[in-house]
Design a protein around this ligand. Sequence first.
Ligand code: CMP
Length: 141
Amino acid sequence: MAIERTLSIIKPDAVKKNVVGKILSRFEDADLNISAMRFALLSKDDAAGFYAVHKERPFFNDLVEFMTSGPVCIQVLEGEDAIKKNRELMGATDPKQADAGTIRADFAESIDANAVHGSDSSENAAIEIAYFFPSMNVYRR
Ligand code: CMP
């Protein structure tokens, strides 16, 4: 299996709940390395740019509102099959549909306040990592 990178965001609801460390441990326990990380308070433009693929969706404005409601913790995760592995750790987008033991089942309240974001493909992972991290700031093992 290939070593991949994926972008992960611990969203404002999870940062407010003070579960950043617990969520990061899930990644580390699954052999995903944290290669870059920072907190940020996103502007409306930052969030709208990041989620530009969802611009036409009915939930877009609420999504931007939510993602700018408090600080987020953004990280690059690196490891074997990292994109799929992270999506398995996160669970379904809607926490009500998420399997027991996943991050969203354990820490999320709703489809909007769903604790984490993770890239859904290698193309999007590359775009999303570049959106938040200059390449010199991503640690290579
Ligand atoms: P995320 O993985 O960050 O990608 C887009 C986000 O939009 C998603 O998680 C959800 O938090 C939010 N969202 C709100 N409503 C929906 C919906 N109906 N379908 C998909 N995503 C939604």
